[in-house]
Ligand binder design. Structure first.
Ligand code: PFF
Length: 459
């Protein structure tokens, strides 16, 4: 049967590099530089990193290949893609779950991205310069997130930027940014690593980060690593289905997804190699400090490099841009759904989705210190932002990834799945191993971890 190709005149990427860059732009973001280090800190360091690497290779990469090829084959948004591959079935709901998840993640992602915008300004105006005691960078952070007006203003600003870029369309909006700015971010990270590992007392941090202590590993470690792999690689909610839908049939899915996963993982590893040596050397926070970790540690290290204010300003701008290219993909999933399936104009879809995500982000923005009201509600004690991140950034993505594996491994026919992933590929021998992973290992591993979580919640 011919696949349902939806909108045949769909915009496609300018070149293979353009797809790799856009997908890498989606993958590389706050997940690498903000979320990966703090989760590593909370989950015991090196053992978490090692588990994470295995998961990226054995689950993340195969799932990314599956998402991209499903999108490329059907040429549709996530909902339409499931509908096209399995017409009139309940599978389209997996796409719907993805759209909702993307939307929910965008709401609080924009809040944290707003923090990076604010920190850009703080760095260049010299707000970090006089903070000699490492504890002071922590107080600066608490003071900032405790001010409702600032956090909401930067949240609004970031969401407006995201809406503006997505409104411009996929190619003009996304390709350009990633092409120029991501390599600069990479170089700056390398410089920061060099500075961090040569600080006095950095060795302890390097050991925490690179010497595994498996006694600290529990099921929670696996769930956190799995959720982080999905979050960081932009999997489990259809972002890669959507980006794959703009990819030409003559491109190589194996090569492109491997490149994206590699870039993404290297950036996350480098971020850890900045944060932990610096943390143990200059102090200012515990490894378990959670979401505030990088915002407390980075300013402290900028102080220890020449022209640190300027360097810090550029770094936070690039982090904001990395966050922007990720937020674009979160919004694009909702917008592609609304324009493809509901017939809305791009403008209307962008405004509405961005507006509602902004409103949903308000409680998250206020939950980190600006309002005590939310945390007085029993269920919200852990903080609304953390709760949203756990429910959507971790659990919903993992469930979405699980269902995708079941779909591609068992519902789509093996011939169809293999043809979709191998079309245009220079590595046909990898087709079978990939299919075996998607059919057996991935759903089994993800399912086991989710089952453990469920039992823990019930007991
Ligand atoms: N991968 C992005 C990051 O690491 O910051 C976040 C993200 C984007 C998650 C798109 C999921 C997604 F679909």
């Amino acid at each position: 049967m011919e696949p349902n190709t939806g909108n045949l005149r769909r915009e496609t990427w300018g070149s293979r590099t353009a797809f790799v860059l856009a997908a890498a732009g989606s993958a590389i973001g706050l997940g690498n530089i903000w979320r990966f280090p703090y989760l590593t800190g909370q989950n015991g360091g090196a053992a978490f990193v090692l588990i994470y690497l295995f998961i990226v290779l054995l689950i993340g990469l195969p799932v990314m290949m599956a998402e991209v090829s499903l999108g490329r084959r059907t040429r549709r948004n996530p909902v339409g893609a499931f509908e096209g591959a399995a017409p009139n079935s309940a599978w389209r709901n997996v796409g719907v779950l993805g759209v909702i998840t993307g939307f929910a993640i965008l709401s609080y992602y924009s809040v944290v991205a707003g923090w990076t915008l604010a920190y850009t300004l703080k760095a260049v105006t010299g707000a970090f310069t006089h903070l000699t005691d490492p504890g002071e960078t922590g107080r600066l952070f608490e003071h900032f997130v405790g001010d409702p007006q600032s956090v909401l203003t930067y949240h609004a600003l970031f969401m407006a930027l995201t809406v503006a870029v997505v409104m411009g369309g996929v190619r003009r909006g996304i390709e350009r940014w990633t092409f120029i700015l991501m390599p600069i971010l990479f170089l700056m990270l390398i410089l920061l690593v060099l500075r961090a590992v040569t600080l006095e007392g950095a060795g302890q941090g390097i050991a925490f980060y690179l010497k595994p202590d498996f006694s600290k590993v529990t099921t929670a470690t696996f769930l956190a690593a799995l959720g982080q792999a999905f979050f960081s690689l932009s999997l489990g909610m259809g972002a890669m289905i959507t980006y794959g839908s703009y990819l030409s049939q003559s491109e190589d899915v194996v090569f492109t997804t491997a490149a994206v996963s590699l870039f993404d993982t290297v950036i996350a590893l480098l971020a850890g190699l900045v944060i932990f040596p610096a943390l143990f050397s200059v102090g200012g926070a515990e490894p378990t400090a959670g979401p505030k970790l990088v915002f407390v540690v980075l300013p402290a290290i900028f102080q220890r490099i020449p022209f640190g204010g300027l360097f810090g300003g550029v770094f936070f701008v690039l982090l904001a841009v990395a966050a922007l290219t990720s937020a674009i993909s979160l919004l694009e999933v909702c917008v592609a759904y609304m324009t493809d399936e509901k017939g809305w104009t791009r403008h209307k879809a962008c405004f509405l989705a961005g507006g509602v995500a902004f409103i949903l982000g308000i409680p998250a923005a206020l939950s980190t210190g600006a309002s005590t009201f939310l945390s007085s509600i029993p269920l919200l004690q852990m903080g609304f932002l953390d709760l949203m991140d756990m429910l959507f950034g971790n659990v919903a993505l993992t469930v979405g990834g699980f269902l995708l594996c079941v779909f591609v491994g068992w519902r789509w026919s093996p011939e169809e799945a293999l043809a979709a992933v191998m079309e245009g590929s220079a590595y046909p021998s990898l087709g079978r191993p990939w299919f075996l992973l998607i059919r057996y290992l991935c759903p089994l591993a993800i399912g086991t971890i989710l089952l453990h979580l469920l039992m823990k919640l019930l007991v």
